[in-house]
Design a protein around this ligand. Structure first.
Ligand SMILES: *Cc1c(COP(=O)(O)O)cnc(C)c1O
Length: 405
């Protein structure tokens, strides 16, 4: 009996090599087995020429890293357990006590929370800059500034900054720029060639949870670079913090990646159609979608994403927000959200189900109510893959239930 169980574990059968199928295989490991002690001792955990330990990579995670790097126009990618972990990995790799990080005031909220929590506790300062005023960013860069976060479009309020000018400024001032590239997803613009002349951010952090996963069922993030030294810094912190991802999750993203451009385009088209319809509704004081003329940063969106090219130019994510006129109470806005049937109340985006979230913007902005935004309650919509006319009918019935008069 003991022989049989040992044989089960140390069975000599090896499947033949050369299996080829449309999807990469799922390799699961904490332990990786070495052929001998010398190989164990000489293996470099940072090198993709071999395998050391599950945390440092498997065939499955290496394949996904290479594909995300290709999607984003980068050269190196590390995978982390969430988009927020990507942000944290970048911050903790590049900042130390006495440094300062600059974050746009409309950034993804938990990025700001990280700065106010752990980074502040470590003696790392932060400032929030106006994403729509490059001069404001320029004025805040000092010798202490070691990292500038960029986000295009901004979370929730969808302002498109002048990303090209912001990135150029960081280059001129010698400060590392890190873009939260979740909205563009590597499809709306190329973070590593913003102007067609090679202007690049230094780091791209991407919540694969959103478009690359596409299912609303995976949490994952990626940090992509085009510089070996910068990548190595990020990789060291990644290792010390133990930010590995599971092979089944990596497989789910690998399986969804081939359809990312189709999904991105479909959700973009639906979101634009719905945003235009919302512009006709008197209850909404403002519709925020960078591809709509008059929306904050529309001309920057045109410069960055508006030209047709093979990377899906003219594209935008399937997100938009409305500012519900301030004659409506927040209870009425809640009732509007509750009345929606296809748009579900839930965080995140990029999956098949359309989602809605009401936000109290005043509590989210450090530097006061932004000049470019009407007063009222902000509601953000993300379009799923339902038929756009059904989504429009859903919005219309909820407006008539909750936002009349
Ligand atoms: C969702 C999101 C993140 C974080 O991703 P998680 O995987 O949910 O942690 C970061 N940045 C932006 C812009 C996001 O929308």
């Amino acid at each position: 009996m003991s022989d049989a169980i040992t044989d089960l574990i140390h069975h000599p059968y090896q499947p033949p090599e050369g299996f080829v199928a449309p999807q990469p295989g799922v390799f699961k490991a904490s332990t990786v087995i070495f052929p001998n002690a010398a190989a164990m001792r000489s293996r470099d955990w940072k090198s993709k020429a071999g395998y050391t330990y599950g945390l440092h990579g498997t065939p499955t995670t290496f394949v996904l890293e290479e594909r995300i790097a290709a999607l984003e126009g980068g050269l190196q990618t590390v995978l982390v357990p969430s988009g927020l972990a990507a942000i944290a990995n970048v911050a903790l790799a590049l900042l130390k006590t006495g440094d300062e990080v600059l974050i746009p005031d409309n950034a993804y909220g938990p990025n700001k929370a990280l700065a106010e929590g752990e980074l502040a506790a470590f003696g790392i300062a932060h400032q929030y800059y106006d994403p729509m005023d490059v001069a404001d960013l320029a004025a805040r860069i000092t010798p202490k500034t070691k990292l500038v976060w960029l986000e295009a479009a901004g979370s929730v309020t969808m302002e498109m900054p002048d990303l090209i000018a912001q990135t150029r400024l960081c280059r001129e001032r010698g400060v590392v720029s890190a873009l939260d590239n979740t909205w563009g997803a590597g499809l709306a613009f190329n973070a590593f060639n913003l102007d067609g002349q090679g202007l690049a951010v230094d780091v791209s952090a991407h919540a694969l949870t959103k478009y690359p996963s596409g299912g609303g069922d995976v949490l994952m993030g990626a940090v992509t670079t085009r510089d070996d030294a910068l990548h190595l810094k990020i990789k060291h912190t990644h290792m010390r913090l133990g930010l590995g991802v599971g092979a089944n999750d990596a497989e789910a993203v690998l399986r969804a990646l081939p359809s990312i451009a189709l999904r991105y385009r479909a959700q973009d088209q639906a979101a634009r159609a719905l945003a235009r319809w919302c512009q006709s509704q008197p209850a909404f004081a403002q519709v925020l979608h960078p591809a709509l003329s008059g929306s904050p940063g529309h001309t920057h969106w045109q410069a960055l994403c508006g030209a047709a090219d093979e990377r899906g130019g003219g594209a935008a994510a399937g997100l938009f927000s409305v500012v519900v006129d301030d004659r409506y109470t927040s209870d009425q806005v809640d009732a509007f959200c509750d009345a929606l049937r296809l748009f579900k109340l839930g965080y995140s985006w990029g999956g098949p189900v359309s989602l809605v979230v009401p936000y109290d913007l005043a509590s989210m902005r450090a530097n006061g109510w932004p000049a470019q935004l009407a007063r009222g309650t902000v509601v953000r919509f993300s379009t799923g893959l339902e038929a756009a006319e059904d989504l429009q009918a859903d919005l219309a019935q909820a407006v008539s239930v909750a936002l009349q008069g």
